[in-house]
Design a protein around this ligand. Sequence first.
Ligand SMILES: *Cc1c(COP(=O)(O)O)cnc(C)c1O
Length: 367
Amino acid sequence: MMACDLAPAHVRTLLAYQPGKPIEELAREFGLAVHDIVKLASNENPLGSSPRALLAIDQALPEMARYPDGNGYVLKSALSRKFAVQPTQIVLGNGSNDVLDLAARTFLHSGASAVYAQHAFAVYPLVTQAAGARGICVPAKEYGHDLEAMLAAMAPDTRLVFIANPNNPTGTLLSNEALLFFLRRVPPQVLVVLDEAYGEYLPENLRSKSMDWLAEFPNLLVTKTFSKAYGLAGLRIGYALAHPDVAELMNRVRQPFNVSSLGLVAATAALDDDDFIARGYAANRLGMAQLTQGLRHLGIEFIPSEANFLACRIGNASMVYQRLLAQGVIVRPIAAYGMPEFLRVSVGLAAENERFLQALKTAIEEQ
Ligand SMILES: *Cc1c(COP(=O)(O)O)cnc(C)c1O
């Protein structure tokens, strides 16, 4: 008997998360030049990183022999000002994925369950299973969350419900009204994890009101990230805002130095970079219009998206994915999300979007 055979069954049956293909990997596999490759596979910021963050990183480099501030005092102070919450309501994470995992490790166990939607972010089932808990996957409604069905699916042992808004990979959005109505009916022993990774891409009239709800709902945990609109995916930094008791429990479970010094200083500097966020928002709007227009022109259906990516319905998606790769264009197959006939494409710069549309046209015509 080997140690691996004796690992818990929920660990042995875990399926690893499949990230977007890295540019260097495609370059190696297809003998392509790195600068000829367009990656629209991980919803990264095509404008790069907030320049303020890059400057802060530069200035922090001489201090790298020291451990980071394990409590993230400076970043938490900045977040607390921005969102009008107490620093004790904040949990910092090595990306918001870390925070999602912390929520699962803090509140789930082998006798508990978590509810999430079909076609929702793959990390929810993953962290649920890794915590030894039971996942309850609720069928989607028009590719989005069916909140009524999610309420109905909750069991006596349910401790968490995950909601991505907008959702990845579908780009669907729940209204503030629908979410508030849901929150009012969720039993108090169920923590609602509201994942707002793409919140900065929403137009003013659709912006989340979740910050107003924290005081009213002690069972609400809102997660946000610096990976997308702030352009800091490589640094791994995200956070959650919740009731102080919830945050305190999660802060006990986390690793003492789960966020790096560079992540802390970069995030603090980026947080007030309204100009960078505004430019990213505008570029995303333009790019989204370019992509949707191009797809319509090609006769390709897509799910209307409120984020920085689009799920496109493409017959023979896995073959088209390969043909795009051969042309140096990386998108994301989402068969693992129960959407085998779709490819997800991130909104890029105008030239990148154009490369994708051209390559897609070629890939489809070859069929
Ligand atoms: C990209 C993404 C995140 C962010 O992950 P990080 O760990 O912060 O990089 C979180 N939730 C969803 C739904 C995402 O798509």
